[in-house]
Design a protein around this ligand. Structure first.
Ligand SMILES: CC(C)(COP(=O)(O)OP(=O)(O)OC[C@H]1O[C@@H](n2cnc3c(N)ncnc32)[C@H](O)[C@@H]1OP(=O)(O)O)[C@@H](O)C(=O)NCCC(=O)NCCS
Length: 166
């Protein structure tokens, strides 16, 4: 199954309100201890700094999402979550969602993306490396579980896939 960019779009607060439980459930299944509570998801509806993009199947099933917090004054996006449902992994969907979200943010003046990732989250680290992220530092005991994280960053100039012309 190939997902086209047409299946990926920015989520409005109305759409999120209607599908909140689906986002909450996918987050919980894929991120476990690090997932948000339903209350966290509800609060995100009021935060204008968040940008959420999702990918739906043709049956309108939630396949994945990317959530970023943009700090436009610092020209920086903070990637908070990128999640793909297990049956849809390794199809290039996370890559497509990231590029579309960053193209959108680049139009607002953002030129780099920052994130933290668990040091044992090998698939996510591989995804970020494929998107030209480099490790800045290790944050010891970053997560509630005591697990450490890498802080990583990429500058959009290093992303050949990003179309910055429009
Ligand atoms: C990390 C995650 C989002 C990747 O999503 P995905 O749609 O499977 O990733 P893509 O198919 O776009 O992969 C793009 C590239 O990333 C790398 N990559 C992704 N997953 C990988 C894996 N399991 N092993 C090795 N490389 C991997 C590869 O270079 C891949 O390109 P290729 O398939 O041509 O080799 C997904 O595994 C996931 O949802 N994990 C659980 C949630 C999570 O931990 N999110 C990150 C923290 S918020």
């Amino acid at each position: 199954m190939v997902v086209s960019s047409r299946n990926i779009f920015e989520v409005t607060s109305e759409f999120l309100e209607k599908h909140l439980v689906q986002f909450y459930q996918l987050d919980k299944v894929e991120l476990g201890q690090e997932s948000w509570t339903l209350k966290n998801w509800e609060k995100s509806l009021d935060d204008t700094g968040y940008k959420l993009f999702c990918c739906l199947s043709k049956d309108e099933e939630l396949i994945g999402f990317i959530l970023v917090h943009s700090i436009v004054q610092m020209q920086q996006a903070h990637l908070l979550k990128i999640v793909i449902a297990s049956p849809f992994k390794r199809l290039g969907i996370a890559n497509k969602m990231f590029i579309l979200a960053m193209e959108d943010l680049a139009r607002l003046g953002v030129n780099n993306c920052y994130l933290e990732v668990g040091i044992d989250n090998f698939s996510a680290i591989a995804l970020y490396r494929s998107l030209a992220f480099t490790i800045l530092t290790t944050k010891k005991k970053f997560y509630k579980s005591g697990k450490s994280a890498y802080a990583m960053q990429c500058f959009f100039g290093g992303l050949p896939q990003l179309n910055l012309s429009d």
